[in-house]
Design a protein around this ligand. Structure first.
Ligand code: NAP
Length: 222
């Protein structure tokens, strides 16, 4: 089925890979950029650029999402500047959910983070970001949209392996890797688009030993 997917954070390291994966599947993609000069990069990738910011007025952001069948949010504050996680990962992501509802987009996938559902157990230096993501993840759950929340561990730029570990809550024991290549996060997120069992589900994701197609339907396993 052809569907228009709009990617927030399309210029980011994971967002770019998600965009490429969608285009490789032959799906039309709209990439939301906040800097005019980024439009050419998105266009050269084969996607349609549209200018908006997660912190734009909800109406403006809704205009950028109008006509989409799915929104994937891979945007985040990459800068540790005080207040930015609250502005982007919390309030900006909530704004995106509200904009999707306003625009009548039925499905919304959120790239969140391991420990966003249990910030106190996450690394101390990340807890502020995790708390911001916890609030926006909950807003998505409460939104009435068909949602999926992907909570990856530490992201690397290594090539994808296609082998993952997925569960509603992974047992994060010291010694067991909790990282994952961004390429595998992109592959899982795109695979979740049309995997019915991923609807209304949030799951942790790290590298592992199970193929993505086998791991995704068992998001309640461990
Ligand atoms: N880094 C990790 O180890 C880790 C671990 C777990 C989860 N995560 C999460 O995984 C996701 C992807 O991470 P990443 O490192 O691949 O991302 P990234 O490279 O830092 O990209 C972030 C994207 O968000 C966009 N963005 C930032 N502020 C925005 C705003 N106000 N409005 C619209 N777009 C905005 C950036 O746009 P510009 O190009 O204009 O800056 C960029 O496209 C994020 O949600 C991150 O929190 C990361």
């Amino acid at each position: 089925m052809t569907m228009l997917v709009t990617v927030l954070g399309t210029t980011g390291k994971t967002g770019r890979l998600i965009t490429a994966e969608l285009l490789a599947r032959g799906l039309p993609v709209r990439g939301v950029v906040r800097r005019p000069e980024a439009q050419d990069v998105v266009r050269s990738q084969g996607a349609e650029p549209v200018l908006a910011d997660l912190r734009s007025a909800t109406e403006l952001l809704a205009d950028a999402l109008t006509g989409s069948d799915v929104v994937i949010n891979a945007a985040a504050a990459s800068d540790p500047q005080p207040g930015l996680a609250e502005a982007v990962d919390r309030d900006g992501a909530i704004n995106a959910v509200n904009a999707a509802r306003k625009a009548g987009v039925p499905r919304f996938l959120q790239v969140s983070s391991l420990f966003a559902d249990r910030p106190d157990q996450g690394p101390e230096f990340l807890q502020r970001v995790l708390r911001a993501k916890q609030v926006s993840d909950q807003a998505l759950v409460d939104s009435g949209l068909s949602w999926t929340i992907v909570r990856p561990g530490g992201l690397t730029d290594d090539p994808g392996t296609g082998l993952v570990r997925i569960a509603e809550r992974l047992d994060i024991t010291p010694g067991i890797p909790r990282t994952i290549p961004r390429a595998d996060v992109a592959a899982v997120t795109v695979a979740a688009l049309d995997e019915p069992t991923s609807r209304f589900r949030a799951f942790d994701l790290t590298s592992g030993t199970t193929s993505i197609t086998a791991a995704l339907p068992t998001t309640t396993g461990s």
